[in-house]
Design a protein around this ligand. Structure first.
Ligand SMILES: *Cc1c(COP(=O)(O)O)cnc(C)c1O
Length: 358
């Protein structure tokens, strides 16, 4: 047998997920393990979501509404857009993949940062596109640098704002300047997975207002982070009607399952839960900053639910040592780790363990 795989797959590697809590408990014989590795919501999710899902369990034999009609119309109302400009997906992860399939031809250039969400480069390569990497500056997207990297071959620009894994953001004014200066034939994607955690006021929370003037803009958001329903796999995209109709050609007919649709609708109703999540995150962030300062560790200022910190020792060794103590974080590179804000109790456990390890 000699299976001929597409050559675009040659330098792709599968995503390596972190070990689930139960496995770490077993492997290291621990009774208490905390996971601050995947930017999950330490409060779980709204009770309204659980109730809604409970009520939907009688209809598991029925296919989902392939148009996510209710969720689309609710999101459209919330953002003052037409439902034809709103499209949910199975996590915004799936939309990264779909957008590559919609836009990236062989040889097209796709601009992105060096240290950002790894699916941008993977899906670009998958389609035979050419990633054009513009390094972060001070752990922050270099928007001017991205603009300067545009050529006639540029198809798409990926901006994760605020950025994962560094937690940094660029003011929306810089993004508007980019939109003003690039051709309308270049797609600009804003991945706003962490927007609900942003504290700075030079971040435009209603960036959907830009869609009217910039039809080449695509905005990705998710229910996985602040809304706390990562397990359900649901995110949404805001774009022009034309782009959405092309996305509809590519996506699977039932890509957003019924429980995800029902859960997302209920999540939208609970503003209090969102506020609680924001407040706890801010408190945790300030606590971690203070502790890192006292330990002499440098970090990037975060507008997300995670902090990118230089632990001044090999990140993978620190990851191992912390895991043995029942704390799971994400090693990123060299001496940098990414830690998600947990409950205040979890944050303290993490700091105690980190002090021990260092
Ligand atoms: C977590 C994350 C997402 C989305 O995750 P889904 O669970 O697939 O919605 C998208 N972009 C970035 C940058 C993220 O960190």
């Amino acid at each position: 047998m000699n299976l001929m795989y597409r050559k675009e797959l040659e330098d792709l590697v599968p995503y390596k997920p972190g070990k689930p809590i139960e496995y770490v408990m077993k492997e290291f014989n621990l009774t208490n393990v905390i996971k601050l590795a995947s930017n999950e919501n330490p409060l779980g999710c709204s009770k309204k979501v659980k109730d809604a899902i409970q009520n939907a369990l009688d209809n598991l034999h029925i296919y989902p509404d392939g148009n996510s009609t209710d969720l689309r119309s609710e999101l459209a109302k919330k953002f003052n857009l037409s439902p034809s400009q709103v499209i949910p997906s199975s996590g915004s992860d799936e939309m990264v993949d779909i957008l590559a399939k919609v836009f990236v031809n062989h040889g097209d250039e796709v601009i992105m940062a060096d240290l950002t969400f790894p699916r941008y480069i993977a899906t670009t390569k998958m389609m035979g596109g050419v990633p054009v990497i513009v390094p972060l500056k001070d752990f922050t997207h270099d928007i001017k640098g991205m603009q300067n990297a545009v050529t006639e071959k540029t198809k798409m620009i990926w901006i994760c704002n605020p950025n994962n894994p560094t937690g940094t953001m660029v003011p929306t004014s810089e993004i508007i300047e980019l939109l003003e200066n690039v051709s309308k034939d270049v797609i600009v994607v804003l991945d706003e997975a962490y927007r609900e955690y942003v504290t700075r006021d030079d971040y435009m929370l209603d960036s959907e207002k830009l869609l009217e003037k910039y039809p080449n803009l695509i905005i990705l958001r998710t229910f996985s982070k602040a809304y706390g329903i990562a397990a359900l796999r649901v995110g949404y995209t805001l774009a022009s009607e034309e782009i959405v109709s092309n996305i509809n050609k590519v996506r699977g007919p039932f890509n957003v399952n019924s429980l995800a649709q029902v859960g997302a609708l209920a999540a939208l109703e609970d503003e209090d839960f969102l506020k609680e999540s924001y407040d706890l995150n801010k408190l945790g962030k300030e606590y971690l900053y203070k502790e890192f300062d006292s330990m002499g560790l440098k970090y990037a200022l975060s507008e997300t639910n995670h902090i990118f910190v230089d632990v001044k020792k090999d990140a993978f060794e620190v990851f191992d040592a912390l895991q043995r103590k029942g704390v799971i974080i994400r090693p990123i590179m060299s001496t940098f780790i990414r830690v998600s804000m947990g409950t205040m109790e979890e944050n303290k456990i993490f700091i105690d363990a980190l002090k021990d390890v260092l």
